[in-house]
Ligand binder design. Structure first.
Ligand code: ADP
Ligand code: ZN
Length: 730
């Protein structure tokens, strides 16, 4: 039965908590009993903690010492398929179950009955004696439109004490209410007339609809050039899921993309779906979590962690821009949301659609091997054509030192401006300059805690470490030699490029798009809308602009340094550069006017640059695949990283060496360990990091071997170990 096993009062149950314990604990079922999967509060030492009834108790303790479950929370019990999913995800990523459970319970105040809460929203009265604190509260409430908050949330967001809010309640400027039970989401109507699809689009949509109707697990790679209507097509799959009474989940790689997407959903289905991401308020997250669990949210649009929401009846998962590296969580539980989507769907019999203009080599190979279906949209919608791609050979260009926009690119931008069209200059570097160098001693300014350079951010008037986020003011004197006035920026970042652009095109309206220039998702969204409406002639952007945005007036993309990603020894560098360049170029010419992409490069004959220019994707993939196959790396072999970290580098290496010497369990499965070597980021926040890379044949039981390999380790002091299955770089 589907999680319906019931435990009578005082029967022993095993409860998995979110606490870092190595196993589930036994408790007595509470008064009234409980179902398997029930979310419960249990005593642990002096504390009360959240847990889930995982099964029958083990009973290997003195029964009289076993305590009782305090209470069963008023939320739908965890379903069997979720328990399976968490278990398999834990096995796959070699993550302890409590950490896995924490991912699945990221709804603040999960246990609080919603009807008991007081919430606060904008009132009709005006506040007398307006103070700064009072003004801030009202500003927050106005900013969020009609939304209501709990006292604690509102106080936190406005940076005031709760008494300030209570004061405003007395004046009537803020209204205090009993929170209704969770407000349901408005119903989405799958049968509202949508756009008329082209023949190609219709065929793809029909194929997806059919696969959904089978009610069985399967994955489809939806490959289509940027602007070909992938979104239109997969929205038809969403419509079909809704018709079938199933829930759908759309994962987006970037919160900044959500706003535009929600608008499209609203246009297609007549209402907005549920949203799930870290930027949502706690109230909203709690509501979404509960509604999803009750089956009352038909469609969720969210970040990767939305995969761990308690769907009741999940029929479809879309992973948009499936190649995007931000689907890999690099903190805490190391998982790739694309792969976890496939796992989750295979457990609950859902369909997965992986959409991309530039799929990952993994997904491409899975389609080649027949494990995934593949649908192609090869033409842009309407009059839009793919941009013409050309290299600017930087060896032949005359540039002033300290400038990066070549004369050829400058001319092209001018021509677009004169035609009333937008241009984008793309540079994959945040800040003003990547390096700050002392002209007296030749030293660069580095982060005190990481093995990284400090990057000058003129906009923030500080130096910033892009690894740990630490900032400090720009010093007058060199921290190494003490000489004043000799610190100089080296190389371009987006801010420096913008400075050059301002000097080069003084009459242009220039918009900068970089994640750290915007304090909030709202400010960023406003900027993106401005650009889309045409309120800029020239956009200067980092990676942020490469993702999915739709700027109809944009017809020229200039890539400042197309070679940037090709350096280094990472075997994925070619794939990443190819994807990024094709994505960025795809921003141009999305509407009627044809676009062009110009790539500044010092090595126009490099095979990757040539593949980017020619657009011969299948050819590129085949060549890449052959190389990976020869090297025995993913997707033709398996890899894992073991990352050891600690405050001192010596002991961390010692443990790494010990692991490398005792590699019996690996050799048994034909796997090999390389290293230890400094990890790709060798020091973060004062912790030294050392990595061993494990390479195994495809199909080998890698996780099992690694588990046996590291099991005998006794980590002492502050040394930590993390396993990274399928690392991003190798
Ligand atoms: P992709 O997701 O492949 O980049 P989109 O679905 O965003 O492509 O489509 C690109 C643009 O073309 C969007 O503005 C979209 O609304 C429009 N479009 C695509 N297909 C159609 C269609 N059949 N009818 C009308 N507009 C369409
Ligand atoms: Zn740092």
């Amino acid at each position: 039965m589907n999680g319906a096993e019931f435990f009578e009062q005082d029967e022993l149950v095993s409860v998995l908590t979110t606490q870092p314990l190595d196993r589930a604990l036994d408790y007595k079922a509470p008064e009234g009993g409980c179902f398997r999967g029930a979310f419960v509060e249990v005593p642990l030492g002096p504390r009360k903690v959240l847990g889930v009834v995982w099964g029958a108790g083990q009973g290997n303790f003195d029964r009289s010492k076993i305590r009782s479950v305090i209470r069963v929370l008023d939320v739908a019990p965890m379903r069997e398929e979720m328990r399976l999913f968490l278990g398999r995800a834990a096995d796959y990523t070699l993550t302890p179950m409590p950490a896995m459970l924490r991912l699945a319970t990221r709804a603040p105040g999960l246990g609080d009955p919603p009807s008991m809460r007081k919430i606060y929203r904008l009132g009709s009265g005006t506040a007398e004696r307006m103070t700064d604190a009072r003004a801030r509260v009202l500003e927050v409430l106005r900013d969020y439109g009609g939304l209501a908050f709990t006292l604690k949330e509102l106080a936190e967001m406005a940076g005031v004490t709760s008494s300030v809010i209570k004061g405003l309640v007395k004046l009537g400027a803020v209204r205090e209410e009993d929170s209704p039970r969770d407000l349901p989401f408005p119903t989405l109507d799958p049968d509202m007339p949508g756009k008329k699809l082209t023949e190609d689009q219709s065929a793809a949509a029909e194929a997806l609809r059919q696969s959904l109707r089978s009610g069985q697990y399967g994955t489809t790679l939806l490959k289509g050039v940027t602007g070909s209507g992938k979104t239109e097509v997969y929205l038809e799959a969403v419509a079909e899921a809704l018709r079938l009474g199933k829930q759908a989940l759309v994962l987006l790689p970037e919160i900044a993309l959500t706003a535009e997407f929600l608008t499209r959903v609203e246009a297609r289905f007549g209402a907005r779906p549920a949203e799930w991401h870290s930027g949502a308020t706690m109230t909203e997250r709690r509501r979404v979590w509960r509604m999803v669990g009750q089956g009352d949210a038909q469609l969720v649009v969210g970040a990767r962690s939305a995969l761990f929401l308690p769907f009741r009846n999940l029929g479809l998962i879309i992973v948009d821009e499936e190649h995007d590296t931000s689907y890999k969580q690099e903190d805490g539980v190391l998982y790739n949301a694309r792969d976890m989507a496939v796992l989750r769907a295979s457990i609950c019999g859902a369909r997965v659609v992986l959409a991309s203009a530039t799929p990952s080599l993994e997904s491409w190979a899975n389609a080649e091997a027949g494990k995934y279906d593949r649908l192609d949209l090869s033409a842009r919608f309407g009059a839009a054509v793919l941009p013409e791609m050309k290299a600017i050979d930087m060896r032949a260009e005359q540039l002033q030192p300290g400038t990066w926009i070549s004369p050829t690119l400058r001319q092209a931008v001018r021509a677009r401006m004169e035609a009333g069209e937008q241009s984008l200059l793309f540079i994959n570097r945040r800040g003003y300059a990547p390096v700050t160098l002392c002209r007296a001693c030749g030293q660069q300014i580095g982060c005190d805690h990481c093995d990284a350079r400090m990057v000058e951010h003129r906009f923030l008037k500080r130096l910033m470490c892009h690894q740990c986020g630490e900032t400090k003011p720009m010093p007058e004197a060199c921290p190494s030699c003490g000489v004043e006035g000799k610190l100089a920026p080296v190389g371009p970042g987006i801010e420096r490029l913008a400075e050059e652009a301002e000097a080069t095109f003084p009459e242009a309206r220039i918009a900068m798009l970089s994640s750290d220039l915007f304090g909030s998702a709202r400010a960023l969204k406003a900027k993106i809308e401005e650009i889309a409406q045409g309120d800029a002639d020239l956009i200067i952007g980092t990676q942020l602009v490469a993702k999915g945005h739709n700027f109809p007036k944009l017809t020229l993309v200039g890539v400042i340094d197309a070679d940037l990603g090709l350096q280094g020894s990472d075997l994925r560098a070619a794939e990443r550069t190819f994807q990024l360049m094709r994505q960025v170029a795809g921003r141009a010419g999305r509407a009627e006017r044809p676009g062009q992409a110009l790539l500044q490069t010092f090595q126009p004959e490099h095979p990757v640059i040539r593949a980017i220019l020619s657009g011969d994707e299948e050819g590129f993939w085949k060549a890449e695949a052959a190389e990976r196959q020869a090297a025995g790396v993913p997707p033709y072999g398996r890899m894992a990283g073991i990352i050891l970290s600690g405050p001192e580098v010596g002991p961390v290496f010692d443990i790494g060496n010990m692991l490398a010497r005792n590699d019996g369990p690996l050799r048994q499965i034909g796997a090999q360990a390389f290293g230890p070597a400094p990890a790709p980021i060798a020091r973060i926040r004062g912790r030294h990091r050392v990595r061993l890379l494990v390479k195994a044949p495809k199909g080998a039981p890698l996780q099992d071997a690694i588990a046996r390999w590291i099991a005998p380790l006794k980590l002492k002091g502050d040394i930590r170990l993390a396993v990274d299955i399928d690392p991003q770089s190798f």
